[in-house]
Design a protein around this ligand. Structure first.
Ligand code: AMP
Length: 216
C-alpha cells in the first residue's frame, strides 16, 4: 500500500508514519529526514540545505524530488509492502512532479491522509518537541515525554530541540504551509481518496483510525 500523509508541521505526520511503517512493514519516506541526512554528511550541498532548513523556507524542488524518487522507487529486497510519504509533496508543483515520477514507474498512490490540527495546537506542539540526536525518535515534553528527562527511551541518546522548532522559524514554516501546502489538498481531492483525520486525538487512536480507513 502506498500512502501520502499531509498536514501542518507538528500535526503528527512523522509520528503516525513511523508507527504505521513498523506495524505494517510500509517504508517511511520522510523528505525532512532525507534532507537532514544530507545535512549530516557535512558536504557543500549539506551546508546549503542546512541554511535553508534553518530559515523555515523550502529546499529547491529538484533536490528534494531526487531524494524522494530514489527512496520510493528503491527495491528494498522485498522488505517493504509499499511506502508512506511524509513531508512530500509540499507544493502543487511537487505534487505534479510526483505524479510524473509515479506514472512513469507505473506506481499508484492508494490513499491520502490529512491530519487536521489547529494552528495554536501546532505551535504548542512544535515548541515542546524534542528529537533523539542519535536515533531521531520524536518526543514531546507536554504529551509524550521520555521516561527519563532528556534521554531517549529507545537508545538512551540525548534529546535535543530541532533548530527549526524555534518560534520565529515555526511562524515561517506555518506561513509556507498555509500558502504552499494547503493547495496540495485540493490537488489530491480531485484525484484520490483523501481521508481527513482529527489529529488532536491520542496517538494510538489516530493510528487505528488511519489503518481502518485505508484498509490496512
Ligand atoms: P519536516 O521535517 O518535514 O518538518 O521538514 C523540515 C524542513 O525541511 C522544512 O521546513 C523544509 O525546509 C525542508 N523540507 C522538507 N520537506 C520538503 C519538501 N517536500 N520540499 C521542500 N523543502 C522540504
Amino acid at each position: 500500500m502506498n500512502l501520502v500523509v499531509l498536514g501542518a508541521p507538528g500535526s503528527g505526520k512523522g509520528t503516525q508514519a513511523a508507527i504505521l511503517s513498523q506495524r505494517f512493514d510500509i517504508k517511511h519516506v520522510s523528505s525532512g529526514d532525507l534532507l537532514r541526512d544530507s545535512v549530516a554528511r557535512e558536504d557543500e550541498l549539506g551546508k546549503e540545505i542546512e541554511g535553508i532548513i534553518a530559515t523555515g523556507k523550502l529546499v529547491p524542488d529538484i533536490l528534494v524530488l531526487r531524494l524522494v524518487r530514489e527512496a520510493i522507487l528503491e527495491e528494498g529486497g522485498g522488505k517493504w509492502d509499499g511506502w508512506i510519504l511524509d513531508g512530500y509533496p509540499r507544493t502543487a508543483e511537487q505534487a505534479e512532479a510526483l505524479e510524473e515520477v509515479l506514472s512513469s514507474a507505473r506506481v499508484v498512490i492508494d490513499a491520502v491522509i490529512f491530519l487536521d490540527v489547529d494552528s495554536d495546537e501546532v505551535v504548542t506542539r512544535l515548541s515542546s518537541r524534542r528529537i533523539c540526536s542519535s536515533c531521531q525518535s520524536v518526543y514531546n515534553t507536554l504529551n509524550h515525554p521520555p521516561k527519563h528527562e532528556g534521554k531517549c527511551d529507545k537508545c538512551g541518546g540525548e534529546l535535543v530541540q530541532r533548530s527549526d522548532d524555534q518560534p520565529e522559524t515555526i511562524r515561517r514554516r506555518l506561513k509556507v504551509y498555509n500558502e504552499e501546502t494547503v493547495p496540495v489538498l485540493d490537488f489530491y481531492e480531485l484525484r484520490y481518496d483523501v481521508y481527513r483525520v482529527d489529529g488532536s486525538k491520542p496517538i494510538a487512536d489516530i493510528t487505528d483510525e488511519i489503518a481502518g480507513l485505508v484498509g490496512l
